[in-house]
Design a protein around this ligand. Sequence first.
Ligand code: SF4
Length: 616
Amino acid sequence: MAQAVAVTLETGGVLIVEAGTGTGKTFAYLIPALQSGARIILSTGTRHLQDQLFHQDLPVVRRALKSRTTVALLKGRSNYLCQYRLAAVEQEGLLSSREQVAELRRIRRWADRTRSGDIAELATVPENSPLWPRVTSTTDNCLGQRCPHLDACFFAKARSAAQTADLLVINHHLLLADMAMKETGFAEVLPGVDAFILDEAHQLPEIAGQFFGQALSGWQLLELVRDTVVEQAKDAADFPALRQRAEALEPAVLNLRQNLGVADRRALWREAVGQPAVQEAVAGVIQALDALREALKEAAQRGKGLENCQRRSEDLAQRFSRLTDEGLNPDQVRWFETRGRSFTLTQTPLDIAPLFQGRMAAQPGAWIFTSATLAVGQDFTHFAARLGVQDYTGLRLDSPFDFAHNTLLYHPPYLPDPTVPGYTVALLEAILPVLEASQGRAFLLFTSHRALREAAQWLAGRLDYPLLTQGDAAKAALLQQFRSLGNAVLLGTASFWEGVDVRGEALSCVIIDRLPFAAPTDPVVQARIEALRQRGEQPFPCYQLPQAVIALKQGVGRLIRDVNDRGVLVLGDPRLLSKSYGRVFLDSLPPMPKTRDLAQVKAFFTPPLTTGCDPP
Ligand code: SF4
């Protein structure tokens, strides 16, 4: 892999590498990257992975190579303390609890000594503290060149270090936000470089869909209300009509939320907008937003904060109208999501390939895509097509771990079709003896929250091992508990399928309830399926099946994280054998011995190790 990366950095072009767990993928791109002398953007999936790469892996390789390459870390602006907003919160003094007062003091003490302003440094204020959005900035509320704190601005400093670094570590959200901004002609954030190395590249198509589209949330509208009220009190106290108009927007937004239905859901916008009550609620928001916009125009001269609110009101009004008007480009899907008291309206492109290709063409040089899960079988066609990449070199490197001796795939017999109502209970009955044999130490990964809840209820009181369920605590806390308990059973959905690393015996069994096909009722999936049909293509083999294979590989990847790890994978879904496409899943998994015999599972967990099982 290091050789292939070095050649691509030297000659340009596109390299796609699937490198299984334990191949040393990170070092295999860091070493040639640091030796190449090229200017490189290195992007990975999450902020957490970004920190790990920048603070752990990169220093090791730099030291070993005695590299003088300059490196920088850049995250999205919401990860940096905003001096202007911190000062505003301190001045307002409107904090809802003693806890927040204490947190604000901690933030101030840290603000006076931090050099990066990266909020991940301050572990004593929880990530989900309501204070963070108030003391960090968004593109909406940042004052930019008009900011009195610009010289000390942490985000501005991080951005300027990014402009000159030889190797810049970012995340996909930032990369794609930047690509999307370039599409619309906004100022550029990321520097021009010779090469891009994109790790966890399997996530790119989905993230690109979010950024090449448009979205607006009820929360953004309510934030405009809050900020206008604060700025009015500060700079336009003699203009009470401004406050009244801002406050009139709030009930209009909440009315729209209410009319989108009580339950949290994701659905096509066309389903909601057919209802007269929703149409009226939309008109109510437009009217209130227009009235506020007019008042802000009058007040904008009075202060920088009001000027910013005025600019935002224009932008939000335009976006809201665009997202709710009649005309819709057939290449896009418009949908909404409701969660608690908030909602989001979104327009997503059905095919990001032409947009992504456009950006790649504008940045010629080397493009290296890598991940542990990019291929379906031996083939990269699906991944390449989703990004519109036609000309590329593909490389697949299997995990060096000894799957033949250290793993076993168990496919329980006699389970009903997963679409019948009793499926989850039948699966749980089948896996109880497996959990006994593994003495807990298992992940149960579900494809739906409904199945997760059903399993949590059914398993309560039936297990001799601690049961941890997603939602009972934050993900990091649950994983910490899982590791320290050493015999727990953890139930999780999508967020536990990826990026979870539990090494050693604490995780000895991964059970996956169904083949992870995306729900065909999801509005984006539904629209993509319709669009493919209209183009005369078959959505199942071209889209749904390869997506599910890659998702399954991610889930399976949780089991063996280290050379000494051993474990059993249980795939419950009977379609694995009853449908012809089951073969595609099996062919994409590491070479594990397979069995349908529970006795072999028990033997696996009873030393000495027994293998040599029959294929199912
Ligand atoms: S420039 Fe923007 S992010 Fe920086 S301190 Fe000012 S308002 Fe905050």
